[in-house]
Design a protein around this ligand. Structure first.
Ligand code: B12
Ligand code: SF4
Ligand code: SF4
Length: 378
């Protein structure tokens, strides 16, 4: 058999063909062991950039060495799945507008695992991870040749940009690794660093997550620090700004091809419409409308907090009634952010006054500048 034919029939190539057949856009293989980014991860944690994401600390030893999460595993099959960078930007980051990517991708990686067992004719010890375990996924993906670390910290692939999820299947099968992606294709560009509204990059490839809007609107559980609220602008959940400006995305972003990632109807409309809808939800409607959505992570209280913040930034007098009702939210966190938003509108952020809105703005129950908010008189 010639080398070319042997290569074509190799297990590695069959694995890749199978993964592409399952719908993944990128596939590569890397070997497990100490991670190249281990030191960078340690100093990132020590600097406090992880904020309250304690789960990152708990699995730290395994993150430093990818052979530890699954005893006996020697290889990682790393995949990328495009989630549609060509979709217009909006109040909810693209990755979170449809069904939960963890579910979509884990099911396919499990299928790949079962296929590999049939192919290997033996039980294969392994586990699928999609943002669900103690591994440095971007580092593994770079090792498997999927792309380079952009200065915005995202993994960028020269063919599809950075709007893709990473998934990993760790297996106890020795697979020949692909060449790592060594080049840095950012060059002298600094667009992402310059565009970040919260100045969250300490230096290229180092993100102070505690300043990142994605962290503030998804991971942070308590109040958004008042000095950060204004910078959140119209973003209700997550942030795509440092990816939107990236020339690799401007040029190579893809359309959505996966139906599950299409935007849910509940997220139709502009930022004010989405924020008003979310702020008016009770626990039951939240559970119904966000069933199977990654946005569930923030819980109703987190999402309502974000929605109130957004209305404080871009709301008009037409949003006052929704905010006043939120002063009675069972969650004090939400009520406090609604009061902050009302105060902002009251203090001159009122942009336009429809006849109805001016009536609402005269509501004696509205908080006025310099005074704590009062409940509306019923
Ligand atoms: C914690 C986390 C976050 C945190 C922190 C993000 C961060 N940059 O660290 C927050 C909540 C802010 C976040 C936000 C987002 N996240 Co996130 N997140 C994670 C998670 C769970 C862990 C990441 C982690 O370990 N961070 C710690 C730092 C140290 O590592 P890192 O950024 O991964 O790697 C960098 C360092 O190692 C550094 N480095 C390596 N060697 C060296 C050497 C030197 C000298 C230096 C200076 C640096 C350096 O470069 C790497 C890349 O920049 C991963 C899933 C996973 N298990 O890996 C998803 C993950 C990284 N997130 C993802 C996504 C999609 C997002 C968002 C785009 C979502 C959104 N639209 O809101 C944003 C992007 C914000 C951004 N600019 O990074 C994807 C990224 C896909 C991709 N193509 O890169 C992942 C991989 C999830 C997934 N399975 O798809 N996320
Ligand atoms: S996701 Fe938004 S806030 Fe976070 S680093 Fe990128 S631009 Fe800045
Ligand atoms: S915007 Fe420029 S510097 Fe930032 S990740 Fe993209 S190419 Fe790199």
């Amino acid at each position: 058999m010639t080398t070319a034919i042997a290569e074509a029939l190799s297990l590695e190539n069959s694995v890749k063909a199978q993964a592409y057949g399952l719908g993944f856009d990128l596939v590569g293989i890397t070997s497990l062991g100490p991670m190249e980014a281990a030191d960078a991860f340690d100093s990132w944690i020590e600097s406090g950039y992880a904020g309250e994401m304690d789960y990152l600390l708990r699995g730290a030893a395994k993150r430093r060495d990818s052979s530890l999460p699954v005893p006996g595993a020697t290889s990682a099959i790393v995949v990328g799945l495009n989630y549609g960078g060509r979709e217009p930007s909006g109040p909810v980051a693209r990755y979170a507008r449809g069904d939960d990517y963890h579910d979509v991708m884990t099911a396919r990686l499990d299928e790949l695992h079962r296929w590999l067992e049939l192919e290997a004719l033996r039980p294969v010890r392994g586990k699928a991870y999609v943002d669900t375990g103690p591994i440095l996924e971007r580092d593994l993906a770079r090792g498997a040749g999927l792309g380079w670390f952009g200065k915005n910290t995202n993994l960028i692939n020269p063919r599809i940009g950075s709007f893709f999820f990473i998934g990993v299947l760790l297996v106890d099968v020795d697979l020949a690794p692909d060449a790592p992606f060594e080049a840095d294709r950012c060059g002298s560009c600094t667009r992402c660093l310059d565009a970040c509204p919260t100045d969250a990059f300490v230096e290229p490839r180092v993100l102070d997550a505690t300043k990142c809007i994605s962290y503030l609107t998804i991971e942070a559980k308590g109040a958004i620090p008042p000095e950060q609220r204004e910078k959140i602008g119209g973003l209700v959940y997550g942030c795509d700004i440092c990816q939107d400006v990236c020339p690799w995305n401007v040029r190579f972003s893809q359309d959505i091809r996966e139906e599950p990632f299409r935007r849910r109807d509940i997220l139709d409309g502009d930022a004010r419409a989405v924020a008003r809808r979310i702020l008016s939800m009770d626990d039951d409607s939240f559970r119904r409308d966000f069933k199977g959505s990654p946005m569930k992570r923030a819980k109703r209280r987190g999402l309502a907090r974000n929605a109130a913040t957004v209305l404080g930034n871009i709301g008009t007098a037409n949003d006052v009634a929704t905010l006043v009702a939120a002063l009675d939210d069972p969650e004090p966190l939400v009520a406090e952010h609604a009061a902050w938003a009302l105060e902002r509108i009251r203090n001159g952020r009122v942009i336009e006054l429809s006849p109805r809105a001016s009536h609402q703005a005269r509501d004696p129950g509205l908080p006025s500048a310099g005074r704590p908010p009062r409940r509306p008189h019923v």
